[in-house]
Design a protein around this ligand. Structure first.
Ligand SMILES: N[C@@H](CCC[C@H](N)C(=O)O)C(=O)O
Length: 263
């Protein structure tokens, strides 16, 4: 029997499995079965909290298609509230520092990476304005914030057919590990509107790492300043970043219910 917590961050919803006391084996096929909204529990990502030798916990993230992701911002805030207080958490994308003090948890997501082979992309190219276009979506900035993101600045994020273009960009061979796809509109230097096509999951209500990558891209290009509010369909996050330093993300994390399933 699988015991789980159902949680969400701005509508980006998770099945969280606390495997710190007893191991729980999750692989791609089992993750897909859990995420299935008709036959399983249903969620955007599965989050597994495990013991760690070097930190307070280790966390693994699986997308709805069963692929394992290096990082997940919204799930990290949910993990922060479950662990409580201050915690250092190991992930495939790096060490995260979490704080569940105050109304909204904060997570220090580590420093962004910009080199072509750190994104990664298939060949050396300018990652600040990649020399590529998919119809009206052109010259994205590529940023790795633990996981891979392509950020497109557009005049109206709602006008982009992200459900059609997102999967084409996600699977383009220029991104050997696929990519998350962000379309952002700068409302003013304090506020960005964002929609995200998530690698391995599709359109979601919100993406925490997408908000981090987009804020970093906007600040680096002089379009926004820190702290900046990123408004997603599911709600708002505040992102702080200064060049050379780590990214700090603050926003809500919501507990929905706990349950058991035969999956
Ligand atoms: N929902 C997430 C990101 C989840 C992982 C992503 N789809 C990937 O494959 O990198 C977030 O809140 O950051």
């Amino acid at each position: 029997m699988l015991r789980f917590h159902k949680m969400h961050g701005l509508g980006n919803d998770f099945v969280v499995i606390d495997a710190r006391e007893a191991p729980v084996a999750i692989d791609g096929p089992r993750a897909r079965a859990i995420a299935d909204r008709r036959r399983g529990i249903g969620c955007d990502q599965i989050v597994v909290i495990e013991p760690s030798d070097s930190a307070d916990a280790k966390v693994r993230f699986f997308n709805a298609d069963g692929s394992e992701a290096e990082s997940c911002g919204n799930a990290s805030r949910c993990v922060a509230t479950l662990i409580g207080g201050e915690a250092r958490v190991e992930t495939l994308g790096g060490l995260l520092h979490m704080s569940a003090e105050g109304a909204n948890p904060s997570v220090d997501m580590g420093s962004p990476r910009f080199d072509w082979n750190q994104i990664p992309i298939a060949y050396p190219a300018d990652t600040a304005a990649m020399p590529v276009a998919w119809e009206e979506l052109e010259a994205p900035m590529a940023v790795n914030v633990g996981n891979t993101h392509a950020v497109f600045f557009v005049s109206d994020t709602d006008a982009v057919e992200l459900d059609r273009l997102g999967p084409i960009i996600e699977h383009d061979p220029i991104f050997p590990n696929r990519t998350n796809v962000n379309v952002a509109t700068i409302e003013n230097p304090d506020r960005i509107r964002l929609r995200v096509w998530e690698r391995g999951t599709g359109l979601t209500e919100a993406c925490g790492t997408g908000a981090c990558a987009t804020a970093v891209a906007a600040i680096k290009q002089g379009k926004a300043h820190s702290p900046v509010t990123v408004a997603l369909p599911g709600g708002e996050l505040v992102i702080e970043w200064a060049p050379g330093g780590p990214i700090r993300m603050t926003g809500p994390a919501t507990y929905v219910y706990s349950g058991e399933a035969d999956l």
